[in-house]
Design a protein around this ligand. Structure first.
Ligand SMILES: Cc1ncc(COP(=O)(O)O)c(C=O)c1O
Ligand SMILES: C[C@@H](O)[C@H](N)C(=O)O
Length: 350
């Protein structure tokens, strides 16, 4: 079984929870604790998150990234609203309409991009064509960005600040899908504050599951006005855990002592090693620069078949417009070792 997981590059969703998280869960499993978020771990999580992000925050643990995104969007988007997002956004492509459902029918208005990173000029172009005065149209109320993006690219904070400034100038609130935010922060070498509220983010869906947690994500709200009734919204959506201490214990393990950033550092380093090895092979063509822990690469069909016959697991990926050939996605994680990357590359070279 261990041998198989070491060959699985399909997603950071497939790896085990890291030992520190499992230890934190066992430590939290002692005795009784108040339910529904009134426990000591959830209380401490508020302060730890405020320290990490250097800002007063309200933290609402949930167990899936889809729930975090959909509930966060519902908190800032009315049913008649529109969420402007990249055409590749997870909230559009992989959440089965949860954002539409939880917002009560708001429209996800997609904007094309070359690499998953929204162009500020494109945002302004779309905003100009959906004026607030047109009551026959959904009202643009929300900008949603993903950092790191679904194509494994990373916005620099200046680009995010430009996007959020244009959005806020039109009265939009800003959501960040941070399923792989730690990977972006490590790549940028910036602080969590610079990657979020200082760049104009109002509500963050912070991912931990892909980065070492068993099942824990957090909606982190920087603007208290947008936190009103969120606990009720979460409960109504069926995501209010009775034994919330077990979610908060995972998030505390990740945020305390920079485990989340150290895990992301390992994931990114392994992705860079793998991308570097692939770059040196004439048959491989990297579709995007590898900036986080996901690699999108075009490989010859023969090589793909050879790797899979050797037991390596990875996903074919929808080929970007204008790109000919077969694109695959390779994902590394905190669990990926140098030996795993080198085994992939050695097999590839045969
Ligand atoms: C960019 C992004 N956002 C959100 C999620 C959360 O999805 P899930 O509901 O599967 O936890 C994922 C899942 O891997 C993702 O890749
Ligand atoms: C849905 C799938 O894309 C998942 N979010 C992943 O990154 O593996």
């Amino acid at each position: 079984m261990v041998e198989q997981i070491r060959k699985n590059f399909s997603s950071d969703n497939v790896v085990p929870a890291c030992p520190a998280v499992m230890s934190a869960l066992m430590a939290a499993n002692e005795g009784a604790a108040p339910a529904y978020g009134a426990d000591a771990w959830t209380a401490r999580l508020q302060q730890v998150a405020a320290d990490v992000f250097q800002h007063a925050v309200q933290v609402f643990p949930v167990t899936t990234g889809t729930a975090a995104n959909a509930l966060a969007l519902a908190a800032i988007t009315p049913p008649y609203g529109a969420v402007l997002c990249d055409e590749s956004a997870h909230i559009v492509q992989s959440e089965c309409g949860a954002p539409d459902f939880y917002t009560g029918g708001a429209r996800l208005l997609t904007i094309p991009s070359e690499d998953g990173r929204m162009d500020p000029a494109a945002l302004s172009y779309v905003l100009d064509r959906h004026p607030a005065s047109n009551v026959q149209d959904n009202l643009p109320t929300t900008l949603s960005l993903t950092q790191a993006t679904e194509w494994g690219t990373v916005y620099d904070p200046a680009r995010i600040a430009d996007l959020t400034a244009r959005a806020r100038a039109r009265g939009l609130a800003v959501h960040l899908d941070g399923a792989r935010l730690a990977n972006a922060i490590v790549h940028l070498g910036c602080t969590p504050a610079e990657a979020t509220w200082k760049a104009g983010i109002d509500v963050l869906a912070l991912g931990a599951t892909k980065n070492g947690a068993m099942a824990a994500e957090a909606v982190i709200i920087f603007d208290p006005a947008r936190a009103e009734q969120f606990a009720r919204r979460r409960k109504r959506g069926g995501h209010g855990w009775s034994k919330q201490r077990f979610l908060s214990a995972q998030l505390l393990a990740c945020l305390e002592d920079d485990l989340w950033l150290n895990n992301a550092r390992q994931a990114n380093a392994m992705a860079h090693r793998l991308a570097g090895g692939l770059f040196r092979h004439p048959g491989a063509r990297l579709v995007y620069e590898t900036q986080a822990n996901e690699i999108f690469v075009m490989l010859p069909d023969r090589a793909i078949a050879h790797l899979r016959a050797a037991g390596f697991v990875f996903r074919d990926w929808p080929t970007p417009l204008g790109v000919e050939g077969t694109v695959v996605r390779l994902v590394t994680s905190y669990y990926t070792r140098v030996a795993d990357v080198d085994a992939f590359l050695a097999t590839w070279r045969k």
